[in-house]
Design a protein around this ligand. Structure first.
Ligand SMILES: *[C@@H]1O[C@H](CO)[C@@H](O)[C@H](O)[C@H]1NC(C)=O
Ligand SMILES: *[C@@H]1O[C@H](CO)[C@@H](O)[C@H](O)[C@H]1NC(C)=O
Ligand SMILES: [Cu+2]
Length: 396
């Protein structure tokens, strides 16, 4: 009798908690949608005022040539396939990076991975983080279009929608129309342990995978570069230069625990609404060191996990990287649009990871250069708005 009562009580509390969580999620997803709509109408106002009147030099973007980036789940099956086909094409094209510079770079795709490896300690927890990844993702989108005949635009992964079960999402369900699924199951893994200097480590819930990806477009993909600093589940990590030829399968460990703890709908909305200056916004997004949080940026990366997904340096070696960074860019743009006049050109930070070693403050005149990945050396100033400089796109 008492036992049954207890079971009922536990069950009641558990379902009440899950109901509250679901309502909270639904509310936040609607809130996020409203923020996105508000950003879109702010952008429409800016672009609308350019039509008819004299165009200022450099303002090539109007409402008439605005490109649209969509969430993966709203693409048709054909559009999803066209995207993954183009990624596979990039992986077949020869590298532009000379073998004398990066011996392991074998494909055009690897050019992007090599550039990210090379610059990792200058483009995370630094003044260029957001702008650098905007330019990187755009340059990748351009390569897919110009070198592989892709006619769409970069899709993105809204982490909040599938936070409870990302492995069943249209992005990671392993179907021919996904970005491939989870890795083969490796049982009894401990948490993934992230360390940063002398700070207390962060323990991340593992997923149900961990092995080679077994289905979907990237099941036969060869990862050529890395590792540089790959945390593994027993608490240690595998390190290397990352630049040698090291062919292996793509591994993933899709973690619902990480997604729901760090990149849920509420955490996205709070990030956008509760950080009024750029320094706080980008720090909370990446996780305040020592706080135990890895932010939505770390949340997305470690939801994918695996090799190279969990390696900060080599993470673009998993093609899902670019859907993740589409969302990072969306969140930045949405945040900017809430006070566009003051936030458009807001930057903070220096040229080095957590300013270690100390380096000068990043300024709008600083140059971002993606090296062999492509694009061209460009100033920070030109990267601040998605409707100025080289850009003319939006998110729906
Ligand atoms: C790495 O960065 C250095 C310094 O910016 C540059 O000279 C070199 O070409 C880069 N290598 C690659 C592979 O991008
Ligand atoms: C959502 O994310 C925030 C911030 O990471 C976290 O504090 C909160 O517990 C998460 N919510 C759920 C339901 O896990
Ligand atoms: Cu990065």
């Amino acid at each position: 009798m008492h036992i049954i009562c207890l079971i009922y009580t536990v069950f009641f509390i558990a379902s009440a908690v899950s109901l509250i969580t679901h309502n909270e999620t639904r509310k936040s997803l609607i809130e996020l949608e409203n923020l996105l709509k508000a950003a879109g109408s702010k952008q429409a106002d800016i672009l609308g005022s350019r039509l008819g009147g004299p165009k200022k030099i450099g303002q090539r973007c109007t409402s008439e040539n605005l490109r649209v980036r969509h969430p993966w789940g709203s693409l048709s099956m054909e559009e999803r396939k066209a995207y993954t086909d183009a990624v596979l094409c990039l992986q077949q094209l020869p590298a532009k990076t000379p073998a004398s510079v990066v011996p392991g770079a074998r494909s055009r795709y690897d050019d992007f991975v090599a550039t990210h490896i090379n610059q990792t300690l200058n483009i995370h927890y630094s003044g260029t983080f957001l702008a650098w990844h905007r330019w990187f993702t755009y340059t990748y989108e351009q390569a897919l279009r110009n070198e592989c005949g892709y006619t769409g635009y970069q899709p993105y992964w809204n982490w909040g929608i599938y936070a409870e079960d990302p492995a069943s999402s249209p992005i990671f369900d392993g179907s021919p129309y996904s970005m491939s699924g989870d890795g083969a199951p490796i049982p009894n893994k401990g948490p993934l342990v992230l360390t940063l200097g002398d700070l207390p480590p962060v323990y991340l819930k593992p997923g149900n995978g961990g092995g080679c990806v077994t289905s979907g477009p990237f099941k036969d993909m060869i990862v050529n570069l890395g590792p540089v600093s790959l945390p593994i589940n027993n608490g240690s990590s595998i390190t290397g230069s990352g630049l040698k030829y090291n062919p292996r399968c793509l591994k993933r460990d899709i973690s619902a625990g990480v997604n729901s703890a760090y990149a849920n709908a509420t955490s996205i909305v709070n990030l956008i609404q509760k950080n009024s200056n750029i320094a706080d916004f980008q720090l909370v997004m990446q996780g305040v060191p020592g706080s135990g949080s890895i932010g939505v940026h770390g949340g997305g990366h470690y939801t994918i996990g695996g090799d190279p997904g969990a390696d900060v340096f080599v993470s673009p070696g998993d093609p899902a990287f670019f859907l993740h960074h589409g969302m990072i860019d969306l969140v930045w743009w949405t945040w900017q649009s809430l006070d566009y006049e003051n936030r458009r050109d807001a930057i903070s930070g220096t040229g080095t990871f957590l300013n270690n070693p100390p380096s000068p403050n990043t300024i709008l005149d600083d140059i971002v250069d993606l090296s062999y990945a492509g694009g061209y050396p460009i100033t920070m100033r030109e990267l601040m708005s998605i409707n100025d400089g080289p850009f003319c796109y939006t998110y729906i």
